[in-house]
Design a protein around this ligand. Structure first.
Ligand code: SF4
Length: 63
């Protein structure tokens, strides 16, 4: 599983960080940084919730 970010879409709204702060951080530049883009399978539900929470669909998961 790999987290993919479309930084052109990200608006720095921080929903992903709120849902999974171990994996997403909104920087001072106003864009999300993925702290670990290959999370373990056990984290899939948490990461999927964060992906789904992004209001501008900037996040996706690839297997
Ligand atoms: S929820 Fe979406 S728009 Fe907001 S910081 Fe995360 S990736 Fe960017």
């Amino acid at each position: 599983m790999r987290i993919v970010v479309d930084r052109d879409r990200c608006e720095g709204l921080g929903m992903c960080e709120a849902m999974a702060h171990e994996y997403f951080e909104v920087g001072e530049d106003g864009y999300v940084t993925v702290l670990d883009d290959t999370p373990p399978e056990a984290k899939r539900a948490e990461i999927q919730a964060a992906v789904d929470a992004c209001p501008v669909a900037a996040l996706s998961l690839r297997d």
